[in-house]
Design a protein around this ligand. Sequence first.
Ligand code: GDP
Ligand code: GDP
Length: 437
Amino acid sequence: MARPVVAIVGRPNVGKSTIFNRVIGDRLAIVEDKPGITRDRLYAPGEWSGKLFSIVDTGGIEIDGEDEIMKSVRMQAELAIEEADVIIFMVDAMAGLTHADDEVAHMLFRSRKPVVVAVNKVDNLRRTDEIYEFYSLGFGEPIAISGAHGTGIGDLLDAVVRKLPELEDIEYEDDVIRVALIGRPNVGKSSLVNAILGEDRVIVSHVAGTTRDAIDTPFEKDGQKYVLIDTAGMRKRGKVYETTEKYSVMRSLKAIERADVALILINGEEGIIEQDKHIAGYAHEAGKASVFVVNKWDAVEKDEKTMQNFEQHIRDHFLFMSYAPVVFLSAKTKSRLHKLLPVVDHVSEQHALRIQTHLLNDVVADAVAINPPPTDKGKRLRINYVTQVAVKPPTMVIFVNDPELMHFSYQRYLENKIRAAFDFEGTPVRIVTRRKS
Ligand code: GDP
Ligand code: GDP
């Protein structure tokens, strides 16, 4: 199920990133805290009152070549209007209502998108009279919050989830591999879609599903059914999309949510940039299988080391996704294209792999025998048993005497041993520790 997107919009310095961090840090426990995952996240999966959503801090999205405040706020608002399902419009009680706030309010109002006004920096909750002037923005009752003290955040999220829409979704049978093509503009997503659909023995069904954010194309090859979830084809030709390439992020989020396998496209001619990392990080955190697809390989001058060096370049930049295979190809000349779908099949299989408990316990017992857990303040971690509780992604629960004693490095060691024994290529593996003495 695709998650609705909640965007935070507002002038610089009203406290957007403070609130964003509060929301993801305190209330939402989904974010994995592992070394190597990009810190300056712009979006995170969230949950409140049992409702799932993604939250985006549009303030963190830089405007290429723009530095004026009004322009940047206007573009954030434009983006939120295009892509978000609910907008948190943040204003500053200390600064009071400004002209820029009024202008943004007009844009949001015309869009008819659901808007919640959050009045930040109400550090003294008895002084809620500070919020009255913000009624004039026209979005109903403003919510008083304080990023500094963490107050009012629950009320804000209550108001937000009340406005979340039920998103339409297209359902597919379990035997269909859902493949999302993600990557920044111009990496060649549309070209790759066309190349795949034009391959020999590919049978495209005539019914193509369309959601608000993507075009789905079901097809079949050699008896395997797939659906391509393509966000590029829906690209708007508006101002925002031409002036900055960072705006593809939100749309990618929804495509990733709906997919089993994320094809993370990288421009072989240009190499890796920060935005590639954000997009890849989201696929990882969402628990999807991933394949790095280095496109435009025809345009790269090569010798016998080029591919190996480029793969190393990817490994250096995506430390936390060492499980994801890399495919080099050209959507334009179709060279090496035939290598792609077999890799998709393989990672999709690994994503759904279920390991029998006794096999898993044998591997973990061997790993512990070779390299026993280190002691911590005189206490030693004892592992009782391990069992796989979920697939897509494979999720293991390790029952231990004291979860606090499980250190990241030891967990990584066990994960590596499990991977060495069972493959799991292309898929994240989640490991959860629980107490059982
Ligand atoms: P952004 O530019 O909208 O993302 O704003 P930031 O989150 O970076 O916050 C701007 C400044 O406002 C920082 O110095 C914060 O410490 C401060 N700030 C954020 N929330 C509050 C609050 O609730 N009360 C007060 N007094 N200051 C806050
Ligand atoms: P999208 O924005 O990610 O959908 O990218 P497009 O598919 O529209 O491609 C952007 C540009 O890159 C176009 O000019 C394509 O012709 C070009 N392009 C796409 N794939 C390749 C490729 O494999 N090799 C080369 N040389 N150019 C490509």
